[in-house]
Design a protein around this ligand. Sequence first.
Ligand code: DAH
Length: 360
Amino acid sequence: MAYTVPKLTDYSAAALESAADGLKSALREESRAVTDESQFKAFRDRWMARKSGVLSQLNDEWLKAAPKDSKRAVGQRVNEIKVHVEDVVAKAEHLRHELATASSLASGAVDITLPGIRRAIGAEHPVLRTSREIVAVFQKLGYSVADGPVIETDYYNFEALNFPPNHPARDTQDTLFIAGQQAKPLRERLLLRTHTSPVQIRTMEKMRPPIRIVIPGTVHRNDPPDASHSPMFHQIEGLAVDTNITFGDLKGTLDHAMKEFFGSSVKTSFRPSFFPFTEPSAEMFVSCFICGGSGRRGANPCRPCKQTGWIEILGCGMVDPNVFEFVKDTGYDPKKVSGFAFGMGAGEPRLARVDAVAQF
Ligand code: DAH
């Protein structure tokens, strides 16, 4: 006989327990009888339908009817039963689904020889992701993306960037040279580019001013690997040339870009530096996004910023007129145009930022 919710006369714990048991065993039996979709729906509605399901009857017959001092105990019991019923109904649905799949497989309704859905595996490398995110910041400012070869000539990597032959600034680049080039004139000798700056020249040879470009790419240096060095690493270069570009444009652009990337609370600081291809030159620091600029992490010193509260992010400066001389033919007359450039590593800052997030 189908189960109906009994009226309660006794509200003692033992009476509630046995009423609940009666309900659960009826539920169990009815769930076992479910074999197909329409039976499942009837079963689900009988127990859970909002208006007349067994659960809503419990509310009326047990909870509302209970005397005041039993309401709490009855309420807890009804809640417990509710969770149990939902659980059994969910399991019945799952089971029915499996039975249906099994029977359609058996009857050949599902073609199990069709290829499955291929899911992408893995994730974007953090360095490339950082690079892409930085590039995106500049793209929003109207910059376009340029690239150039990793195997470069001495001319583009050094000479046209105002590194004269034998100039000591060349030594700072720890260049990896391609073997067997000595017979060629210096400017034609091949090397692994030590920075993305040669793409400044290559792009200015092809595109007349005004230009605004960013150049992501790999570079190589003869550095033994350690926690902060690698013989291969990633840089992002930037170049803006127009009439009347000033150092103020450089500062405003880079300050904005850092706030976009690291968050609006970072501060930037520019300190004088030297690069052969910019004059004046600067290094830009951002306030340490790990310690917030305090130099300390609680009782400990902040190591990423070496307790200074600042992290060096990039080199930059106003394009040296000597560099424009090399691309004068495509419209870069140093008397008419000016510009700024910058270059930064792509890996480290973001990894530090991930580390910072992990600390909180
Ligand atoms: N090329 C420099 C390096 O790798 C970084 C750099 C500094 C790039 C200043 C620039 C710049 O464009 O203006 O060390």
